[in-house]
Design a protein around this ligand. Structure first.
Ligand code: ZN
Ligand code: ZN
Length: 177
């Protein structure tokens, strides 16, 4: 849904949407599929622009950074920032806003696209390096066996510290045994 901000009256305009954000829209390798989003909030006129605030709840699946297993993921975050016309965007760094607390987004058109808002907020909420388990041993670099799931490595490379790899190669060399 898109809210036309030029039609905004003095009172805040509230919104509540359930949006399915596709993995393609998120374009983040951490994401394992579409994310179900509940977006609630309001937008109101303020001096020089608009203020948006609300809450997002997201539910989906991410991939373990070590073994790529799918891990269920949920997040609930609050957001709030100001919207100003793109014509007011600072042209050089000296004009940049000094107050880091106040987040400002600049709009090319006077509309609030709730689908875009959902994508932005999901990207902000996603973990950088999700793990299926803190002790995840990952996959064998040689044969891809899932060592955490108890799969037996069939190549002998083992998921060992790479510094030991040359020693292991010696041990496995039939000419030397
Ligand atoms: Zn894992
Ligand atoms: Zn292996």
């Amino acid at each position: 849904m898109v809210i036309d901000l030029t039609e905004l009256e003095q009172e805040p305009r509230t919104f509540g949407e359930t949006i399915e954000v596709s993995a393609a829209d998120l374009a983040d390798p951490v994401v394992a599929g579409s994310v179900a989003v509940r977006l609630e909030g309001s937008v109101r006129r303020v001096d020089g622009g608009f203020h948006v605030e609300g809450r997002i709840e997201a539910r989906g699946a991410v991939r373990c950074a070590r073994c790529t297993a799918q891990v269920p993921w949920e997040a609930a975050e609050r957001f709030g920032y100001e919207l100003r016309p793109a014509s007011e965007a600072p042209l050089d760094e000296e004009l940049e806003l000094e107050d880091d607390e106040l987040e400002v987004a600049f709009l090319a058109d006077p509309v609030l696209d709730l689908g875009e808002l959902a994508v932005q907020q999901v990207l902000l909420a996603l973990p950088m390096k999700p793990l299926c388990d803190e002790r995840c041993a990952g996959l064998c670099a040689g044969c891809g066996a899932d060592l955490t799931a108890g799969e037996r490595c069939t190549c002998g490379a083992k998921a060992i510290d790479p510094r030991w790899a040359p020693l292991l190669a010696l041990k496995n060399d039939p000419d030397r045994s």
